[in-house]
Design a protein around this ligand. Structure first.
Ligand code: PEP
Length: 249
């Protein structure tokens, strides 16, 4: 069965309440059919954005989560609380959380499994830094980041999404070429096949992320293993985000 392309916007620590609601409404008003579209606003605007997109097909997403059940974890947000405000997908392993905030693999792994076992869609981000690419370590790095996911726990391919985001392409305006992206996406799918099964791997969506824009989206997403995009900067304007969603059709 063909994989439905999935384009998700990661708003990071941007927007105000009113800007978030306007952006969400703009996306919901014109999102194309035939593509899964999602938006991940900052935690504080999840509820407002959820209301703004109510009744549309847009999926509400969260940029982070804590793995524990609700309780004494000051400042954290539990998956149950995300579900309570209508969240359908959660990002784990984003490079800003790995390399700026300093999240380690074991924490990322716990978060990923908490998201999946709660019944949500997991978007697990992987990707190499520039020095790792230059040292020919891209595949080794991606392999280790895929090790954060346990095949015994994650059994439904439709709720697992991998986002390949080369760190050197995030927010830099520098995009992987279509062939560079395809090469790593094919590697990821092969790895998933070895860990789960070829049938499972063939159903997992693998998004590309890293300075995807309306003008480069079509080329990237026309590659056989590129099943959508995780979009940062270009997701902050309805026009550019919708341009990418339309390119995914
Ligand atoms: C991201 O941070 O997930 C991302 C892809 O950012 P940008 O599109 O701005 O490179």
């Amino acid at each position: 069965m063909a994989r439905t392309k999935f384009v998700a916007g990661n708003w990071k620590m941007n927007t105000t309440r009113s800007a978030a609601v306007d952006l969400a409404k703009g996306v919901a008003a014109a999102a194309p059919s035939g593509v899964q579209v999602g938006i991940a606003p900052p935690f504080v605007y999840l509820d407002a954005v959820g209301q703004a997109i109510a009744g549309s097909n847009i999926l509400l997403g969260a940029q982070d989560v804590y793995f524990e059940k609700p309780g004494a974890f000051t400042g954290e947000v539990a998956v149950e609380q995300l579900i309570d405000v209508g969240v359908k997908f959660v990002l784990t392993g984003h490079s800003e959380r790995r390399h700026v905030i300093g999240e380690a693999s074991d924490l990322i792994s716990k978060k990923a499994h908490a998201v999946y076992t709660a019944g949500l869609i997991l978007i697990h981000c992987v990707g190499e830094k520039l020095e790792e690419r230059d040292a020919n370590k891209t595949f080794d790095v991606v392999k280790l980041q895929l090790d954060e996911l346990m095949p015994g726990v994650i059994t439904d391919a439709s709720r697992l999404v991998i986002a390949y985001e080369p760190v050197w392409a995030i927010g830099t305006g520098r995009t992987a070429t279509d062939d560079q992206a395809q090469e790593v996406h094919a590697f990821i799918r092969k790895q998933l096949g070895e860990r789960w099964s070829t049938a499972f791997a063939s159903q997992v969506r693998i998004q590309y992320g890293g300075s995807m824009k309306p003008d480069n989206a079509k080329g990237l997403m026309s590659k056989p293993d590129v099943d959508g995009g995780l979009i940062g900067g270009a997701a902050l304007k309805a026009e550019s985000f919708l341009g990418i969603c339309n390119a995914a059709r």
